[in-house]
Design a protein around this ligand. Structure first.
Ligand SMILES: *[C@@H]1O[C@H](CO)[C@@H](O)[C@H](O)[C@H]1NC(C)=O
Ligand SMILES: *[C@@H]1O[C@H](CO)[C@@H](O)[C@H](O)[C@H]1NC(C)=O
Ligand SMILES: *[C@@H]1O[C@H](CO)[C@@H](O)[C@H](O)[C@H]1NC(C)=O
Ligand SMILES: *[C@@H]1O[C@H](CO)[C@@H](O)[C@H](O)[C@H]1NC(C)=O
Length: 278
């Protein structure tokens, strides 16, 4: 027999070769598993992080059924062309997490996002739409679905300017309308004195929010025109006259230019509650 005749040196060499091949196969298999796991995780990563962020932010609002809110949110855009999500698709979501009327505490903004949020986070006296449950879970996020898919995508989605009825834009249009509908009493808006047109007539504030302020539910609108040292615009600017003309008759209008530093330095007075910062 051939086998019996091979010498000990030949046998050792053959065994070594076999062990070598075995180790190489094992390494390749392990490598394959590692790559497969990494790819799966990174593919899922986007969706998971988006939903996790949504739910984590939602849970800051006590007593909310965040899985239910997530489910209603998904229903609005999942399986749809990301540019064809009507505002009405978010109706059930907004109905499940409505904006309760908060008189005298609603603050709107246009081109002043950073300063207004810095202000409302430090002092709970005023609330922007992004400080509410629905506003906060989606602030700064992008999302969409895809036809024929039941997944949520958080990247590669059309944003605000890409189409009129993108998943993102329709949500904010619907949420802003509901938020403005719930405004009452004295309403405040922070506009930007460093731009040429603080009341920009294509903004969400001009097109969606202002038309929903109705007298006598809304008593007054106070414009806080946030200024820098070299600000372009004052309360006399024609665009602000435009705003005044567009307001429902009976709503008292006022405007005050306030330096940004004064807004940043405004400290709440524990005795008086909400401070008067302007
Ligand atoms: C509700 O939220 C507040 C903070 O906003 C927290 O201090 C409080 O413990 C929460 N209550 C419950 C019942 O979770
Ligand atoms: C999405 O589709 C997959 C496969 O088609 C299915 O297993 C899963 O249950 C679906 N998920 C939802 C939330 O409908
Ligand atoms: C928008 O503003 C421009 C320039 O200020 C003005 O000419 C135009 O009439 C305004 N449009 C509307 C719909 O108010
Ligand atoms: C004031 O508003 C008008 C539009 O209503 C704008 O065209 C103009 O540039 C603004 N003025 C200044 C000084 O920025």
């Amino acid at each position: 027999m051939q086998r019996a005749e091979s010498g000990p040196a030949e046998r050792i060499r053959r065994r070594r070769r076999l062990v070598g091949i075995g180790v190489a196969v094992l390494v390749l298999v392990l490598l394959g598993v590692v790559v497969a796991v990494a790819v799966t995780l990174s593919l899922r990563g986007n969706t998971r992080t988006f939903k996790e962020t949504f739910v984590a932010r939602c849970e800051d609002f006590n007593g909310t059924d965040c899985e239910k809110i997530w489910g209603l949110f998904e229903e609005a855009y999942v399986g749809r062309d990301p540019c064809k999500v009507p505002v009405a698709a978010y109706g059930p979501l907004i109905a499940a997490a409505p904006f309760p009327p908060k008189c005298n505490q609603r603050i709107f903004w246009s081109k002043t996002k950073a300063v207004v949020h810095d202000f409302t986070k430090k002092r709970k006296c005023f609330e922007t739409v992004e400080d509410t449950l629905l506003g906060s879970v989606l602030d700064g996020q992008t999302w969409c679905g895809k036809e024929g898919s039941n997944e949520t995508f958080a990247t590669g989605c059309p944003g605000w300017t890409d189409c009129e009825t993108s998943a993102v834009r329709s949500f904010w249009n619907g949420a802003s309308a509901a938020f403005a509908d719930a405004a009452c009493g004295d309403v405040t808006v922070m506009l930007n004195g460093a731009v040429a047109t603080p009341f920009y007539n294509k903004s969400v504030f001009a097109t969606i929010e202002v038309p929903r302020f109705r007298s006598p539910k809304v008593r007054s609108l106070k414009v806080v025109l946030v200024t820098q040292e070299n600000s372009l615009t004052s309360c006399e600017n024609e665009s602000l006259k435009d705003l005044q003309r567009k307001l429902d008759g009976g709503i008292t209008y006022s405007c005050k230019a306030v330096p940004e530093a004064q807004i940043n330095d405004c400290i709440p007075d524990p005795e008086k509650g909400c401070p008067v910062c302007w």
